[in-house]
Design a protein around this ligand. Structure first.
Ligand SMILES: NC(=O)c1ccc[n+]([C@@H]2O[C@H](COP(=O)([O-])OP(=O)(O)OC[C@H]3O[C@@H](n4cnc5c(N)ncnc54)[C@H](O)[C@@H]3O)[C@@H](O)[C@H]2O)c1
Length: 433
């Protein structure tokens, strides 16, 4: 295990604690001493199996079957290359790299080595999207003509990660369309069933910038902002009370009118997980107050300064088999989630994927009927996809199954993201083939 942070410790490896017969973790490399110790304790690792740097463990002769890499985005390439060269199969968090040439290099390295390099495009393993793929393959909606898909990023998640957070500047991190939406571009490629030939894109610059800062807003929201009661981005309600997150989780899939209801502002105390954990390791009331005063997460969202991720981006893609797709990523949704509509020559499919609810309906043109598809209940983040992906990877490592997707296939989602960023910034069209 390389990088035992949020994803490394939480997304995949719990499956091995529940099902030891599937495999075991034999070593960890993690820079943070507290995280390393906590991980080692959970997996019963002795001191000789704990490393503070990826490099240290990968320099040793190979002693395991695979390496799971969940370091930050810009620290994927070096350990993944070293692991492939050392003969390990690799499960690598997305995005595979933050520069296109590095993505190409990683795919070439995995093909040279003959080892698996699987990128964590977890949505392919979400029951909802597996069901969508099954319906498309069954021919129920005929030939696919067009796909409309949207990643509706909530206003508060955008403010947290893409204005105040680590992905706020695309040169310093990577374009939001890669960091947030390479999963969606992978879905489009998978559903269309052919390689892309043309792409174009437009974007809207962020409105969360100094020139739109409300009058008399202080540098940090906690310093007595006069707009606290009306500003949806108020950091105090976001990180101390968690009101936006709680309101999001309570919403239903359709926007139902509740004009008659008083606006109830729920709050929670003592929350230690995301997004609070990103801001501070000390989730005590004093720790949160200090972080709200001293870190970027407490700042007025209009006064961050170097945030340049778009507030919306539209991408048009044509695939070699004639399927056309439109993808929208935007940042002001009342509710976090993905919505999809696929129209074919015989029917239409509509799907919604939210934190606490999913739906999938298929309409038949000839009969005028529609049916709801029953789905496995939502378990955990990503609709239960994380352990499914890990199980499939482990089976592929054992040689019992083909991997669900290859690094070369995952390269397309990254190429599409880099091209979309380029096209939107330069007003050009990208072509392949
Ligand atoms: N598949 C998904 O849907 C999904 C979802 C969220 C995040 N991610 C990706 O997962 C990756 C990890 O994200 P996270 O939120 O867990 O980050 P995180 O910061 O919580 O964890 C990363 C960990 O890597 C450690 N680390 C960094 N460099 C290291 C090195 N050289 N050697 C050893 N340890 C090192 C850090 O100390 C940290 O604990 C990112 O690339 C992120 O984009 C994927």
């Amino acid at each position: 295990m390389i990088g035992a942070g949020d994803r490394g410790a939480g997304a995949y490896v719990p499956l091995l604690l529940e099902n030891p017969a599937l495999g075991s973790i034999v070593a960890v490399a993690e820079r943070d001493a507290g995280r390393r110790a906590a991980f080692a304790a959970r997996f019963g690792l002795g001191e000789d199996a704990c490393f503070s740097e990826a490099r240290e463990v990968l320099e040793k002769p190979r002693f395991a079957d695979f390496v799971l890499i969940a370091t930050p985005d810009d620290q994927h390439v070096e350990p993944a290359m070293a692991a492939l060269e050392a003969g390990y199969h690799v499960l690598l968090e997305k995005p595979m790299a933050v520069r296109e040439a590095d993505c190409e290099g990683l795919v070439a390295a995995s093909e040279r080595s003959g080892r698996l390099l699987q990128i964590c495009h977890v949505l392919r393993y979400a029951p909802l999207y597996t069901a969508v793929k099954g319906i498309l393959e069954s021919g129920e909606i005929g030939e696919i003509v067009t796909i409309q898909h949207a990643e509706n990023v909530s206003y508060w998640h955008y403010a947290h990660s893409y204005c105040r957070g680590n992905w706020r500047n695309r040169e310093a991190s990577s374009p939001m369309i890669l960091a947030k939406s390479c999963h969606d571009l992978d879905l489009l490629y998978w559903w269309a069933g052919a390689e892309p030939v043309r792409l174009t894109s437009i974007e809207r610059p962020t409105e969360l910038c100094e020139k739109n800062a409300p009058a008399e807003a202080p540098g940090a929201c906690i310093e007595g902002c006069p707009h606290e009661a009306t500003c949806p981005y108020d950091a105090v309600s976001m990180y101390r009370d968690l009101t936006p997150l709680l309101l999001d989780l309570r919403k239903k899939s359709r926007l139902e009118a509740d004009d008659a209801q008083p606006v109830d502002r729920p709050r929670v105390e003592g929350w230690k997980d995301w997004p609070v954990a990103v801001m501070t390791a000390d989730a005590s009331p004093e720790g949160i107050e200090r972080a709200l005063r001293e870190t970027r997460y407490g700042r007025c969202v209009y006064r961050i300064g170097d945030n340049d991720q778009p507030s919306s981006q539209h991408v048009g893609i044509q695939f070699a088999n004639g399927v056309s797709a439109g993808f929208t990523m935007h940042s002001t949704s009342c509710r976090e989630g993905r919505t999809t509509r696929i129209d074919g020559t015989r029917g239409t499919l509509e799907a919604g994927f939210f934190n606490n609810e999913q739906h999938l309906v298929v309409h038949d043109h000839k009969t005028g009927r529609h049916r709801s598809v029953a789905l496995d209940s939502v378990v955990g983040l990503h609709g239960g996809a994380d352990p499914r992906l890990f199980r499939a990877f482990l089976e592929a490592v054992r040689g019992g199954r083909e991997p669900g997707t290859t690094a070369r296939e995952s390269l397309w989602s990254h190429r599409l993201a880099f091209a979309a960023d380029r096209c939107a910034r330069e007003g050009i069209v990208a072509c392949w083939g």
